[in-house]
Design a protein around this ligand. Sequence first.
Ligand SMILES: CCCCC/C=C\C/C=C\C/C=C\C/C=C\CCCC(=O)SCCNC(=O)CCNC(=O)[C@H](O)C(C)(C)COP(=O)(O)OP(=O)(O)OC[C@H]1O[C@@H](n2cnc3c(N)ncnc32)[C@H](O)[C@@H]1OP(=O)(O)O
Length: 193
Amino acid sequence: MSGTTTALKPPEDARAPVRHPDAPAPGELLDAHNHQCFGCGDQESGLLLRARAGEGVAVTAEFEVRPVHQGAPGLAHGGLLSAALDETLGALNWMQRVIAVTGRLETDFARPVPVGTVLHLQARVTAVHGRKIYCTATGRIDAHDGPVAVRADALFIEVRVDHFIQNGRAEEINAAIADPDQAKLARVCEVNQ
Ligand SMILES: CCCCC/C=C\C/C=C\C/C=C\C/C=C\CCCC(=O)SCCNC(=O)CCNC(=O)[C@H](O)C(C)(C)COP(=O)(O)OP(=O)(O)OC[C@H]1O[C@@H](n2cnc3c(N)ncnc32)[C@H](O)[C@@H]1OP(=O)(O)O
């Protein structure tokens, strides 16, 4: 059952999430955090997931399941559905203006998802404790109020930009440092740390 492991249950003294005053307005399309990202970037074989700001500390996203996303014939691959949930949860960073990475992600697969489906995703932060951000997401079939196909609970951990600079391959990191959009994103988020 989702959300029952200790690591995914916020402690008693966790605080409510706070929407950053400069967070994008509800409905605003969110930028890709990296154009080469498998989830939100523009790679043809990727998810091409597009996320929008929601109310509060929440986002929505859409992911069209294409033939390249198959596992069983005609059905979406479960790992890619988890990736779509993970990417949507990652977009919550924009609403708090922090940089956080997935520490734990627990997915429930409730229904098979046929190729051709547009998965409507919703994610929100439920609690924050120090660097730990507790969040949850659902993916519904073909409509924002369609049947729930997948859901996830996750724990994201806030990191500094150094996390990427120290761990990423030099080729991509150097390109990111030279990219004004990436450098701006890193600065904006670090101001809050
Ligand atoms: C100019 C250059 C530009 C560079 C780029 C700029 C900006 C980037 C912008 C955005 C990118 C951000 C995210 C990407 C967005 C979307 C993609 C979807 C999201 C992902 O796909 S992202 C990739 C997958 N993700 C990883 O690649 C993480 C690998 N991993 C690690 O890098 C470490 O593992 C880390 C950092 C997670 C923790 O390491 P650490 O040393 O900082 O943590 P530490 O030990 O201090 O723990 C602190 C507290 O978290 C608890 N805790 C820690 N880990 C836990 C776990 N796994 N489960 C449960 N609890 C955990 C501890 O129990 C403790 O809790 P307590 O405080 O209560 O004791």
